[in-house]
Design a protein around this ligand. Structure first.
Ligand SMILES: [Zn+2]
Length: 82
């Protein structure tokens, strides 16, 4: 299974089982995929890619800087894990 299949599967899972909005926590209605330019920054091993699938609610989906907010969210989650 290559990355494209994995992304597809993850997106389908999020569509079938709506997840909380990754920014505010209420039930999300949009599915987004974030594929970092620099996956190592997000904890991926050398030469590996990493992707994140996330949910957004109606309100957060409308935020102009949602991409940055989501990115920062993933970064801070990673940092709180390590
Ligand atoms: Zn939200």
């Amino acid at each position: 299974m290559d990355n494209k299949d994995l992304v597809q599967k993850a997106v389908e899972h999020f569509r079938d089982y709506p997840q909380p909005c990754c920014l505010c926590g209420i039930t999300g209605s949009f599915v987004g995929i974030f594929i970092p330019d620099n996956p190592q920054k997000y904890g991926a091993p050398e030469n590996k890619t990493r992707f994140f699938v996330y949910s957004l609610c109606d309100n957060c989906e409308r935020l102009k800087d949602k991409a940055t907010l989501v990115e920062n969210k993933f970064l801070s989650n990673l940092h709180s894990l390590s």
